[in-house]
Design a protein around this ligand. Structure first.
Ligand code: NAD
Length: 421
């Protein structure tokens, strides 16, 4: 989770990519710092009549390519630096996918599990009251993130519409379908990763039948398990925060999802038909072909990276591999499909939602899937080609791919050379 050097670590990816390109100094100067981070103390009335305050942030990291886009996280460990790092990643993720957006992020330092539903609604509305001048459909467009969901997005869109005096669904994505949400948003993150793996399956040596281990079994983890299992891949191990299970011949994904829906850990399936239990921390060392981190940041670090046995890693989580671990994995010739590409299906379908809201014309789920597939394949293929051509990792190639687009936009405003020649 967050630590003092989180943003510095993220910026090392920018430096590495910049060394691959001949960039004007203006570009790095613009991308090294967040454009603006606003910090507000929200005060809400609790159910018992008392008042309680919560620190909240909204960061707009860079808006050169369009309005900023990024989720709002409700988490007890939220910090300025974490919000800024996540906004930096969003800047690159939107550029990787060629979405007409810059990067942003928001957070409230709160454990939402400790709030009643009415308190959660008041907190969500208070967030929009505080940041209504910062967000907007052409300025900054939030979405759900860790511990926020479609109902919260619905309250937030409603609050914004009340403040500006007109229905404005395009201010926030990830809304309930009944309030202008897009079909296909629920599994978009996992589906984007799935399309990427299928498209590059030959290059990656990951044909159906390959063995998959998944760390984290929430929204992203459950959907990728279902999509890959339906295609004939074997899900041989999964974990959540309370434990992990494995089965050499493959786990029954429907039973795992049912256990989670009943509020149990995946570990509750241990002991049934060839399923054995292992410690959650041991999941990354399971013998498999593809490892899918779908939990939290920094889960694969310098002390455990050497134990990874998979040949390919699909980063559905944001920032699950530290830069030191990245170097260890590269040394073992493990291909990492990086977060800014691998989990970009979520923001891509958020973009589709924004487009549909602005058009007032809604697409079928088949249209959403087909457009997502085209975009994941197009950008994934281009990054694969860059990696081969330059002899660099997929992560570095993805940053180079994004940086070229960001640099093109920054340079189009005129660089030092333009103003001094
Ligand atoms: P989620 O809260 O639904 O699920 C997270 C899962 O991780 C839970 O099953 C939890 O038990 C598990 N977990 C927590 N600590 C763990 C540990 N130490 N070991 C193993 N499992 C652990 O969250 P989500 O929406 O699935 O997001 C997961 C990751 O994917 C996050 O990094 C998020 O930023 C990223 N992501 C999600 C989306 C999306 O649309 N959901 C989009 C982009 C990126």
């Amino acid at each position: 989770m967050p630590n003092a050097s989180m943003l510095d670590q993220a910026l090392t990816r920018l430096d590495e990519a910049a060394r691959q390109l001949e960039l004007d100094a203006d570009v790095l100067e613009k991308l090294k710092y967040p454009r603006e981070t606003t910090k507000v103390r929200l005060m809400i009335r609790m159910d018992d009549g008392s008042r309680k305050s919560f620190m909240a942030w909204r960061c707009r990291y860079d808006d050169t390519r369009g309005p900023t886009k990024g989720g709002i996280r409700f988490h007890p460990d939220a910090t300025d630096e974490e919000v800024e790092t996540l906004a930096f990643w969003m800047t690159f993720k939107c550029a990787v996918m060629n979405l007409p957006y810059g990067g942003g992020k928001g957070a409230v330092r709160v454990d939402p599990h400790g709030l009643s539903k009415a308190e959660l609604e008041r907190l969500s509305r208070a967030y929009i009251q505080a940041f209504s001048q910062i967000i907007g459909p052409d300025r900054d467009i939030p979405a759900p993130d860790v511990y926020t969901n479609s109902m919260i997005m619905g309250w937030m869109a409603d609050e914004y519409s009340s403040i500006v005096g007109q229905s404005t669904p395009a201010v926030i994505t990830g809304k309930p379908i009944a309030l202008g949400g897009s079909l296909g948003r629920d599994d978009a993150t996992a589906r984007g990763g799935y399309y990427l793996v299928r498209h590059l399956s030959q290059e990656l040596g990951l044909r159906p039948g390959a063995r998959i281990a998944i760390q984290g079994f929430g929204n992203a983890g459950q959907h990728i398990a279902r999509l890959l299992a339906d295609d004939g891949y074997a899900i041989v191990a999964v974990s959540d925060s309370q434990g992990a299970v494995q089965a050499r011949g493959g786990l029954d994904v429907r039973s795992l999802i049912a256990a989670k829906q009943n509020g149990s850990s995946v570990a509750s399936l241990a002991g049934t038909g060839g399923v054995s239990r292992l410690a959650a921390n041991d999941l990354i060392a399971v013998d498999c072909d593809l490892l899918v981190p779908a939990a939290l940041e920094d889960m694969i670090h310098k002390d455990n990276a050497d134990s990874v046995k998979a040949r390919v890693v699909l980063e559905l989580a944001n920032g699950p591999i530290t830069p030191e671990a990245d170097a260890i994995l590269a040394g073992k010739n493990i291909v990492v499909l990086p977060d800014i590409l691998a989990n970009a299906g979520g923001v891509t379908v958020s973009y589709f939602e924004w487009v549909q809201n602005r058009q007032g014309y809604y697409w079928t789920v088949e249209e959403v899937h087909s457009r997502l597939k085209t975009m994941m394949e197009q950008e994934g293929r281009a990054i694969w080609a860059q990696a081969q051509e330059r002899g660099v990792t997929m992560r570095r190639a993805a940053y180079v791919h994004a940086l070229k687009r960001l640099a093109g936009a920054i340079e189009a405003h005129g660089t030092q050379k333009f103003f001094t020649s």
